[in-house]
Design a protein around this ligand. Structure first.
Ligand code: G3P
Ligand code: MG
Length: 241
């Protein structure tokens, strides 16, 4: 059965990449959450999509030039009138919360624009500390980073993000020791899904918010969809089963 990953948490209704969005995704019965990580000046792994804090918070500047204390003072929920203050979560905060549930976490390492030194090591150290090796999937547009992660921790699944269509992506995934790949849904078809899933290479497409596309991909036997709309996706899945 297709798994549902809430993209940046339940980001259609709550501020993206905040604990509120993750909690609501879990309440919406998502199987997993997709999160984006960056690193502060003092080496804290924090959950935020952009390299800069400007779009999603009331602050400004690059994450890598701010200390964790600076980051902590920002409000990541200020654009949502019905939400109180939401801080940018640390990976530790997320993992503490994950101890009380069974949700899977797709950690997207946002190191394709800024190659944060030591991000893979630090993240893996935390995953091992919490014993979450089987609950994490690493993804990234930086495929070198995924190979490095695999070398450090082969027990943690990796999956390259693919924004463009590539020929026989299941072969590429296999070549970089990945157990799956995460394509833009516009770049795949039934044949790619079938060939990949038959070879046990999981396809998790992003970002699928449209009802018709959800139905089609689920019918084609895709492993997972990554969506801003986990409630809608659960409804579609329930109707189809
Ligand atoms: O992981 C899927 C998706 O999140 C990749 O793009 O920009 O939303 O992080 P983006
Ligand atoms: Mg992402």
């Amino acid at each position: 059965m297709t798994k549902i990953f809430a993209h940046r948490g339940f980001s259609a209704q709550y501020p993206e990449n905040t604990m509120k969005a993750f909690e609501e995704a879990e309440k919406a019965k998502a199987d997993g959450i997709e999160i984006d990580i960056q690193m502060t000046k003092d080496g804290e792994v924090v959950i935020i999509h952009d390299e800069k804090v400007d779009r999603t918070t009331n602050g400004s500047g690059y994450v890598q030039e701010l200390s964790y204390k600076d980051i902590r003072s920002l409000n990541a929920g200020h654009r949502f009138k019905h939400i109180g203050k939401e801080t940018i979560p640390t990976l530790i905060e997320l993992f503490d919360w994950m101890q009380d549930n069974t949700i899977t976490c797709n950690i997207e390492m946002k190191n394709n624009k800024i190659p944060y030194k030591g991000m893979e090591e630090k993240t893996i150290e935390l995953i091992r500390k919490y014993g979450f090796e089987n609950r994490i999937i690493f993804s990234s547009f930086n495929h070198y980073s995924l190979v490095l992660s695999y070398r450090i921790a082969p027990e943690i699944e990796t999956a390259p993000l693919l924004s463009d269509g590539i020929y026989q992506p299941w072969i590429y995934a296999n070549a970089i020791c990945a157990k799956g790949f995460h394509p833009n849904y516009k770049r795949i078809d039934q044949e790619i899904i079938k060939s990949s899933e038959e070879k046990n290479i999981k396809v998790r497409a992003y970002t699928v918010n449209n009802l018709k596309t959800m139905k089609a991909l689920m019918n084609q036997g895709i492993s997972a969809i990554i969506t801003d709309e986990p409630i809608l996706a659960r409804e579609v899945l329930t109707q189809q089963s």
